[in-house]
Structure formats: C-alpha cells, structure tokens
Ligand binder design. Structure first.
Ligand SMILES: [Zn+2]
Length: 87
C-alpha cells in the first residue's frame, strides 16, 4: 500500500521500466488542461500542454504560434477578428 499522500488520484500513476528489467510505479503530477481559443473554445494547436516549470524553460517561440493573437485565438477566429476590425 502506498503512503497516504499517494493514495489520492490528484497524482497520475506512471509505470516506468527501471534497470534490472523491473517495472516500478511512479507518481507524477498531472498535466494542465490544453489551451483553448478565446473565441470559439477550440483546442489551440501549437501550444504545448506542459507543467509550468517546463513551460518556463521553454523558448517563447515554442510556446505559441508566431502570428497575431497566437496562443489566444485559433487561426479562424483570428482571421474573423482582423477582417471585422478592418471593415
Ligand atoms: Zn476560435
């Protein structure tokens, strides 16, 4: 039986192969929810779903698409927004 703090499902369980051809159960933090579009709520592509400490070490260009409203709006909503602003 694992220790009481590890019995909670707030941690995910990962089976890892360890030296000696054994499999051990490791407890890892859950990843955050995927980023979503502010307009339509669709899952944003090109935005990684990583823990904050991994996001901190990642380059800015790897964290969101390099275009206006990248990482905030999906490409379709961005196009609509730009067209409506110009009109
Ligand atoms: Zn959208």
């Amino acid at each position: 039986m694992p220790k009481p703090s590890l019995r909670s499902r707030s941690l995910r369980r990962v089976f890892r192969k360890v030296p000696g051809n054994r499999v051990s159960l490791q407890y890892k933090k859950k990843k955050p929810k995927s980023a979503r579009c502010g307009g339509c709520g669709a899952v944003l592509k090109g935005v990684p779903r990583e823990l904050p400490f991994r996001m901190r070490n990642m380059a800015k260009t790897k964290k969101r698409p390099e275009r206006p409203f990248g990482g905030v709006l999906c490409s379709r909503c961005m196009r609509q927004q730009i067209v409506s602003k110009i009109r």
